[in-house]
Design a protein around this ligand. Structure first.
Ligand code: AMP
Length: 191
């Protein structure tokens, strides 16, 4: 299987690039953010709980998101692979994902890390907020989310670098240019 983690700060283009990777390689999209937003929309118990963290720019507790990832293989049997977008976001989640995959005799193939400067991230998220209406795309929450990213999520880079899986990709430039860099890396690994 081809299991890709698309990694990066909020606003780095993970969602956009995931869509293109899915289209090209036929992978299943696993976005914990999308799953949580769908729960919020349906006003489920899980959604209400998640919303209290998301609207403040905080991470939803590890055990909640890990539970959402379990059962993925049963749900998507026969898929050529997964693209993990916005998961893992903590070391605990990274280790849990390795364990879940290991139980199925699978592993992460590579981690594509989109590198974008803070100034550009803030600008993109503010712009997205005007269109998306997402409760967390406002300046105050954006700044908190970036802080959370550097404190809790960025250390995962070292975790994957040690495993020899981290590939840094510049997230500046056009969507297509960035995608070409990613596809070059993916093609080299699946060749
Ligand atoms: P995203 O759409 O990936 O930017 O996620 C939006 C928000 O959902 C994040 O700021 C978190 O509050 C929450 N969230 C999404 N994925 C995770 C995760 N893997 N761990 C904890 N919280 C998450």
């Amino acid at each position: 299987m081809l299991n890709i983690v698309i990694f990066g700060a909020p606003g780095s283009g993970k969602g956009t690039q995931s869509e293109k990777l899915i289209e090209k390689y036929g992978l299943k999209h696993v976005s914990t953010g999308d799953l949580l937003r769908s729960e919020i929309k349906k006003k489920t118990k899980l959604g209400l709980m998640a919303d209290s963290y998301i609207s403040k720019g905080q991470l939803v507790p590890d055990e909640v998101v890990i539970r959402m990832i379990e059962g993925l293989f049963e749900k998507h049997q026969g898929t050529p692979g997964f693209i993990f977008d916005g998961f893992p976001r903590t070391l605990t989640q990274g280790k849990a994902l390795d364990e879940i995959l290991d139980k199925k005799g699978e592993k992460i193939s590579m981690v594509l890390s989109l590198e974008v400067e803070d100034e550009e991230l803030i600008e993109r998220l503010l712009k997205r907020g005007e269109i998306s209406g997402r409760s967390d795309d406002n300046r105050e929450t954006i700044e908190l989310r970036l802080k959370v990213y550097y404190e809790q999520t960025a250390p995962l880079k070292e975790f994957y670098r040690e495993q020899g899986k981290l590939v840094r990709i510049t997230g500046h430039g056009s969507i297509d240019t960035i995608f070409e860099s990613m596809a070059t890396v993916v093609n080299r690994i699946i060749a």
